[in-house]
Design a protein around this ligand. Sequence first.
Ligand SMILES: [Zn+2]
Length: 87
Amino acid sequence: MTENDDLKYACCFCKDTVSADERSHELDPCALLLIGHFDRSNNQQKEQQFFCHFICFRELVNDDGLLYIAEPGFPTVSEVIEDYSEE
Ligand SMILES: [Zn+2]
């Protein structure tokens, strides 16, 4: 996905707009990927993407300390790929 501050989505939890220019958290807008049949092989699974505010998702999961993604040093996808390619 390319960066585009004009893109607006509806948060699947609060139904308000979630967009880069109306950030309520630095990670907004966020997307959630729901994978059905996760116990099956990749080509048998079904996927649907949802959008949300980070704070709405954090509230849903009761911020149980597992949201490492919000920590300052959490790597971007390209940083993870670089790490794997160096091994
Ligand atoms: Zn929301």
